[in-house]
Structures are given as C-alpha cells and as structure tokens.
Design a protein around this ligand. Structure first.
Ligand code: NAP
Length: 295
C-alpha cells in the first residue's frame, strides 16, 4: 500500500455519504411526500457553537432537507428551553432535534437532553438511546463514534475478533464507541486518565480510537505495527511560527510510520460528524413515518 493510501480520508468519505443522503431525501420526497426536518437549537453566543450550528444548517439544506433553527438569548431559562423542546417534540415537521452544547450555566444539559423525544434525539445522547445501544436495541447512535465505525468498516471490513482500544470514556464519544466496537465483535479495552500503562495497553491493539482531548498524547511507539488508528481529537495549539493550528490526540507523523491506516486531523473524523447527523435524521424520519429507508 502506498503512503497516501494509508490515510483514511474522512472528508472524501463524508462527501460521498452526503451525496447518497441527498439521493435518499429526493426519493423520500418523491415517493412518500416526506421532507425530513432537523431542528437545531442554539442558546447564547458561543463563537464555536455558532459556527457548528451554521455548518449544520448549510449541510442540512444542501442535501435537500428542511433546516429549522432556533436561536435563543443567553438569558434563556431552563423552563423556556424545555417549553421549546416540548413544542419541537410535538411538531410533525421536525424529525430530529439537536440542542447545541455547551448550554449557559443556569441550564442543566442532561435535563434538556432527556426532555428530547428519544426517537427525535439525532445526537443519540438521550439515556434511552444510550440504553438501546448498550442492550442491542434499535436506537439513534451518537454521530462521532458512529462516523468512526463507518470509517473503520470501510477500511477493514469485518471487525470480528480484533482487539480495539478506546482512549477516553466520555458519554458522547468513548463509551458509545466502545459499545459499537463490542457490537461488531471486537475485544474492547476502554482506557481513561486512571489507566495504568497506557502505552502498553495501546500497543496490544489492532484498532486504536483516541478521544482524550490531549494534543498529540498518543506517540508513534504506542502503536502496534499495522494497527488502524482513528484520531477523534481536535485540539488547537500554537505552532512554531506562532500561528494556531489543529492537531489530534495522536502524534500523527510517528503514528503514521507504524499504522496501516490513520485518520488525519483535520480531514479525518471531523467531517464525518455532521454527515452522520444528517444520516440519523433520515433514519429518525423514516422510523417515525414507518417507511423503509430508501438505499
Ligand atoms: N471530530 C469530532 O467531531 C469530535 C466530536 C466530539 C469530540 N471531539 C474531540 O474528541 C476529544 C475527546 O472529546 P470528549 O468530548 O470525549 O472529551 P472529554 O469529555 O473531555 O473526555 C476525555 C476522556 O479522555 C480521558 N483522558 C483525559 N486525559 C487522559 C490521559 N492523560 N490519559 C488517558 N485518558 C485521558 C478522560 O478520562 P477520565 O474519564 O478518567 O477523566 C475522559 O474519559 C476532544 O479533543 C474533542 O475535541 C471531536
């Protein structure tokens, strides 16, 4: 395999996926009169959140779906936000609901997440969806780990019997990632900040998923020769020239030398997240209407 082929190009994969989703949306409109709708709620003025919400809206519209945006002031109370979620839960034109995190401090994020109808919870963060994933039920799966799984399956095929390590145990990335890999018959190690001998644990793995939020923490000599590396981390650091740049949780150059395949940062996992959000909205819309997903 050439050096170039070792790179798992999430940007290209996400683009192909979005094109397929656009075709599905066209079929849903034509055959079933269904126009899937995604509602995104933004509370406050966090600059990064505003960019994410704008990108989500643009990509939703680009594949032909309806984008519904609610922008609320930073002073919004939990009761006001819950009232909006309730209206969106009941709105038949809204098939997916996402509340952009972080929320202002007067609002408990878990209370908001758990107020979303689990069948419209396209982020897959609701406790019911976490439970469905853990017990093999039909739920909605968190977008980032779901995207990582698609990249892994595209590169490796059947994951059965592989030893996978997930570095990080957050509810939004690490834990659902580990569940997904377990569901694919991997033998899964979940590592975290209290894990002893992280390099040694990582070296035993055929698949390494790094989601710790620590710039370039995973070194090349932690990677088993031929392992597949998925770097979820997005960290902004200052480069030698004084300019800000993005790096992952993996030291890319040294890991590249050992891995059989690796996601770059940027251009690896990042672009998959919104594509999987659109994917989840189509899944949710079809289930709500009792329609088979057009593929
Ligand atoms: N590509 C995307 O679209 C996308 C989406 C979401 C997140 N991300 C990125 O993914 C990274 C992780 O996100 P997150 O939300 O899961 O982060 P998080 O909630 O902060 O969780 C980080 C996890 O890493 C573990 N950890 C931290 N330092 C460690 C260390 N030195 N050794 C071993 N484990 C350590 C923590 O362990 P403890 O539990 O023991 O504290 C925790 O479980 C971040 O860089 C984030 O920006 C990217």
């Amino acid at each position: 395999m050439s050096e170039r082929q070792k790179i798992i190009d999430g940007k290209a994969f996400a683009e192909t996926l979005r094109n397929k989703l656009a075709a599905e949306v066209a079929t849903l409109k034509e055959k079933h009169g269904l126009n899937p709708g995604l509602a995104v709620v933004l509370v406050g003025e966090d600059p990064a959140s505003k960019v994410y919400v704008r990108n989500k809206g643009e990509q939703t519209k680009a594949i032909g779906m309806a984008s519904i945006e609610h922008k609320l002031p930073i002073s919004t109370t939990q009761e006001e936000l819950l009232a909006l979620i309730d209206r969106l839960n009941k709105d038949p034109k809204v098939n997916g609901i996402l509340c952009q995190l972080p929320l202002p401090k007067q609002i408990d994020p878990q209370a908001i997440i758990n107020a979303i109808d689990p069948d419209k919870d396209v982020d897959g963060f609701h406790v019911v969806n976490a439970g469905r994933l853990a017990t093999g039920g039909k739920g909605l799966v968190p977008c980032t780990p779901y995207g990582c799984l698609l990249l892994l399956k595209d590169r490796i095929g059947d994951l059965t019997g592989r030893h996978a390590i997930v570095l990080g145990r957050s509810n939004i990335v690490g834990k659902p990632m580990a569940q997904l890999l377990l569901n694919e018959n991997c033998t899964v190690t979940i590592a975290h900040s209290k894990t002893r001998d992280l390099p040694g644990e990582t070296r035993r793995a055929d698949i390494v998923v790094a989601a710790v939020g620590r710039p370039e923490m995973v070194k090349g000599d932690w990677i088993k020769e031929g392992a597949v590396v998925i770097d979820v981390g997005i960290n902004r650091i200052e480069g030698p020239d004084g300019k800000a740049r993005l790096v992952g949780d993996v030291e890319y150059k040294s890991a590249f030398a050992r891995a059989s395949a690796i996601t770059p940062v940027p251009g690896g996992v990042g672009p998959m997240t919104i594509a999987m959000l659109l994917n989840n909205t189509i899944i949710a819309a079809c289930r709500q209407k009792g329609i088979e997903r057009p593929r």
